[in-house]
Design a protein around this ligand. Sequence first.
Ligand SMILES: CC(C)=CCC/C(C)=C(\C)COP(=O)(O)OP(=O)(O)O
Ligand SMILES: [Mg+2]
Length: 433
Amino acid sequence: MPAPEPSPPRSSLPAAASRSGANVLAEAAARAHDIKAATGARPPAPSSPAPPPVDVLPADLPTAEAGTPGADVDRILRGPSGLGTAGLHLARREEPPTPSAPPAVPAEGTPVPGLYHHPVPEPDPVRVEEVSRRIKAWALDEVDLYPDEWEEQFDGFSVGRYMVACHPDAPTVDHLMLATRLMVAENAVDDCYCEDHGGSPIGLGGRLLLAHTALDALHTTREYQPRWAESLHSDAPRRAYRSAMEYFVRAAGASQADRYRHDMARLHMGYLAEAAWAQTDHVPEVWEYLAMRQFNNFRPCPTITDTVGGYELPADLHAQPAMQRVIALAGNATTIVNDLYSYTKELAGPGRHLNLPVVIAEREGLSDRDAYLKAVEVHNDLMHDFEAEAAAAAVAFPIPTVQRFLRGVAAWVDGNHYWHQTNTFRYSLPDFW
Ligand SMILES: CC(C)=CCC/C(C)=C(\C)COP(=O)(O)OP(=O)(O)O
Ligand SMILES: [Mg+2]
């Protein structure tokens, strides 16, 4: 007589988590592995020769200011403390420290008065320098990204400082490069197809769709495949997307790569709505603008925090409605930060550029100043909601990868604010105070 089947493993997770499918059960089984992964990392495909050693950053995230609504949540997002919990924190660096690393120079720039945010420590200058060196080499030598005249703008964008600030738990510079290439490629598409460098709403849909195939490959017949493959080398945005995605896919799990493709499809849909409104000079209602900006949004950047951290948030946990809400609120807060810091730049550009203060002024009949101040309040409400929902998700899913992912998203939010505040080459504040 055959031996009875062993009973299926039972989840030790709370009810909310155990409803979320097979991957969550596997997650529970792999918890011990995750704890190890929180201090180790999935290695990305190396992009170039091994980097020089970099300094060791403190792995903790910045704390919320005392007395702010974020103070409680910050304690949760900072993760557990006490004996035996070290493995649940952000990864320690794999690269050895450089004792002679130069001290970080304090950042320039003033925060928007009244903007709820968390200051971050200066990003490690050694990492910043190395990422900046490598990204320029990639842009020039691997994807021929820009003509000489755009060099100052490329440098002024300070993408190395941006990505080091946003990913304090990246175990190596190779991991940071995954985010940095994608960030540069995303901006190349925005600049060259949509905005500053020859972009236009006219014909944007066709250009975006074809560029999207650099992220989400065309599967077609033998006759047409080579023409498509060639097309991926035919302009800078497509070369950048193709190459950055190739590196990313080599480091990411299949569901992480698919998550990124989905987020980029969302982004492209947002670009199209913005372009359609620009073509007819339509000013949407405020809530409609916010809906467009939820898609034309930084979301694809914080959602790769696990790949850049060298671990994976399982797809079923990423798909949880609570997690989706946290991600959407984080993306929306970070994107309204852009609207506030880029306000004067966009006002100075040709034509009307929609951003939240402009739309509030137009649709709610407020002065430019009052509309700007109202946009600050909208941002602050989004930030408080993000933090409250992240805290609730951290409690609902007491799983190391969830906690680490939430901390990674929060770190991205703070690093994004830091970069906007300190990028005085690109942004300046209006004279409203
Ligand atoms: C990096 C990335 C995914 C960008 C996508 C959307 C995007 C370009 C932004 C959210 C930034 O907004 P904006 O186009 O207004 O940028 P600038 O104000 O010109 O810096
Ligand atoms: Mg802007």
